[in-house]
Design a protein around this ligand. Sequence first.
Ligand SMILES: C[S@@+](CC[C@H](N)C(=O)[O-])C[C@H]1O[C@@H](n2cnc3c(N)ncnc32)[C@H](O)[C@@H]1O
Length: 262
Amino acid sequence: MSSNPWNPEQYLKGTMGDLRTRPVFDLLARVPVDTATSVYDLGCGPGNSTAPLKARWPGATVTGIDNNPAMLEKARDSFAGITFREADIGTWEPDDPADVIFANAALHWVPDHARLLARLLGFLRPGGCLAIQQPNNFAAPSHALIGEIARDPRFRDRLKGKLLGDFVQDVRFYHDLLRPIADAVDIWETEYAQPLNGADPVLEWVRGTALLPVETNLDRDDFSAFVSVYREKLRTAYPVAPDGITLFPFRRMFIIATGTAA
Ligand SMILES: C[S@@+](CC[C@H](N)C(=O)[O-])C[C@H]1O[C@@H](n2cnc3c(N)ncnc32)[C@H](O)[C@@H]1O
């Protein structure tokens, strides 16, 4: 299996692109930066989170950062006027102090949040802003079932410590980390009641994200066996309503921290 199997078409398929992009606007609405010259979008994916940054600060140099070539190719094809660059968030550094460092649905893929967030805050100019949204849906059946099936003896040796969600901490952790080193901290959570259509829509959703580490670490036959068990459990956890809609509640955590004044 591919070591980096992100697929922009699967990620944005149908209404999923809109649903995945909505938190970008909810996060952006709370960013307290009027004028900016240097804006970065970490884990920019296909550019769906980067384009709204360019619209908000049209005069700024806006740069999307990602480590997946397929995502970057899609972003470059979709959005002219924005620079997209390949780099790993864990080691990335901006060219100049940043006005805004934005990361929508990206940092939960990167380890050691204590070190990472302190590092990113240090890249801001005084008064600049670090704005993060990450899923916090790991206790919901969509994600908990992956953990449950991964403990099966057939899979557990290859999936132990490899699943999405291991890096995300609770709200108190982020508040206590950022409050002493930022001028202001604003943290909140929202649960979106996402209406999905079609057959096995939660499986389709998760295929674009949380199932990727499972796909990466199992061979084709075992991944297929894993998905068969998972599909059945999802059908019970997320029933289809008579109108054809499957409701998929999804919890997300938002964090805004502003850099300390000089
Ligand atoms: C769920 S997508 C988010 C895409 C977009 N920001 C959005 O709002 O929908 C996560 C993206 O983070 C990227 N990513 C994951 N780990 C990364 C890392 N260590 N360095 C750079 N990019 C990373 C993936 O390649 C993927 O494109």
